[in-house]
Design a protein around this ligand. Structure first.
Ligand code: FE2
Ligand code: FE2
Length: 390
């Protein structure tokens, strides 16, 4: 019971019965009597009662309907039916409508008191259960909020870890570039080109991560190639070529055993294979070359053609396209070439710009920025929309 004195609504069209019940109960409870179901419903909507004592047959409406209403609208209120009908069917019907008890007229007032007392104890238990559920709900809500906040912190930590891990990989790639092996920013651009191609070809998120790692580290094995070979201005002797080509196996040895770099092994180990089987070190052919390495080959060539080299200036976009098209089926996988051709010149420019601004700057791009970059490659409209709504 919510208050010290419980409230009882007495519903009976016989005034004598109402008075009798009130006189019997009023010393212990707040009692209000009404003569019909309509008034009872109106009162239940504006006042709260622990117990409804209701006749079954009340003028036009049935007390059972009132019982049904109480079940729906006031789940903490208990109903006890009163009736002159003595049949078991009537009692069963009352229970079916949700009544807690059933008293037969004419009634013994002591039995009425006992029934009311029992019903109110049950009502108190109901209310305690209800309050317990409310408290439980509140505790669950508080815990959910706490978990949400911990989850948020974890996500931020993961994002920082991701940035640190990318920064480490890029540090390795820059170490190679510092030896003048490739033009500055080559690995950043190749990563962006390879991601764009991989995304266009429907690679999964985990494949894109492996492709990114492989593209960043593709020439990691060159750290073992001596300067006299690596930086030699003229053409290489046969022995020097052997040492140069060994950078592929050396690269695989470097990343071997580093679990989080295991996805990079396809590009590192196969980035000099050619689609027609004329590449090295294993002369792999066609689909025997991993898709990451086939994608990488186009991305790497694209950047190499566009970039300035000591012996020639960077070539135009048209020349790059012609060379890539000419290599389709020999150097390159035709399906990667057609994915390359399906991306417009403007999109390639945007991708190049993104790589320079986000991968090459002092500030590492966050996972969210990279995710939205990848999303933008999927659908530029969706990404623009997302940016507007952010
Ligand atoms: Fe290489
Ligand atoms: Fe390269």
């Amino acid at each position: 019971m919510s208050s010290a004195i419980a409230s009882i609504l007495i519903v009976d069209d016989d005034e004598t019965v109402r008075e009798m019940l009130r006189d019997c109960l009023v010393s212990s409870y707040r009692c209000i009597g009404v003569s019909n179901v309509k008034d009872a419903i109106e009162l239940l909507q504006i006042d709260s009662f622990e117990l409804v004592l209701s006749d079954i047959t009340i003028q036009e409406a049935s007390g059972l309907e009132l019982c049904g209403f109480v079940q729906e609208a006031c789940p903490s209120t208990v109903v006890v039916m009163i009736s002159a009908m003595t049949g078991i069917d009537c009692a069963i019907e009352s229970m079916r409508y949700g009544a807690f008890d059933y008293i037969i007229k004419p009634f013994d007032l002591n039995r009425v008191k006992l029934a009311v007392d029992r019903a109110l104890r049950y009502q108190q238990a109901l209310e305690e259960k209800h309050n317990y559920e409310l408290a439980l709900e509140e505790r669950v809500k508080v815990r959910t909020d706490e978990l949400r906040s911990v989850n948020e912190q974890l996500n931020q930590m993961l994002d920082r870890l991701y940035q640190n891990y990318r920064a480490t990989l890029r540090g390795l790639a820059r170490t190679l570039e510092a030896r003048d092996i490739e033009t500055r920013g080559h690995s950043d651009r190749v990563v962006a080109y390879a991601l764009a191609l991989g995304n266009r070809m429907g690679l999964s998120a985990s494949d894109l991560i492996s492709l990114e790692q492989g593209a960043l580290l593709h020439d990691i094995g060159k750290v073992g190639v001596p300067d006299s070979v690596l930086l030699k201005p003229g053409s290489l002797t046969t022995d020097e070529w052997v040492r140069m080509r060994a950078h592929v196996e050396q690269g695989l040895r470097i990343i071997e055993g580093v679990e989080f770099l295991s996805g990079a092994r396809f590009v590192v180990g196969q980035h000099h294979e050619k689609y027609d089987g004329s590449g090295y070190p294993n002369k792999l052919k066609g689909d025997d070359i991993h898709i990451h390495a086939r994608i990488f080959a186009v991305a790497d060539a694209f950047d190499a053609i566009l970039s300035d080299r000591p012996y020639r200036a960077g070539q135009s976009y048209e020349i790059a396209c012609n060379e890539i098209a000419a290599g389709s089926g020999t150097h390159f996988d035709p399906s990667v070439v057609s994915a390359f051709m399906s991306i417009s010149r403007e999109e390639w420019n945007e991708i190049r710009l993104f790589a320079q601004q986000n991968f090459g700057g002092e500030q590492e791009a966050s996972k969210r920025e990279i995710d939205s970059f990848i999303l933008s490659l999927k659908s530029p409209e969706a990404a623009k929309l997302q940016a507007l709504c952010a």
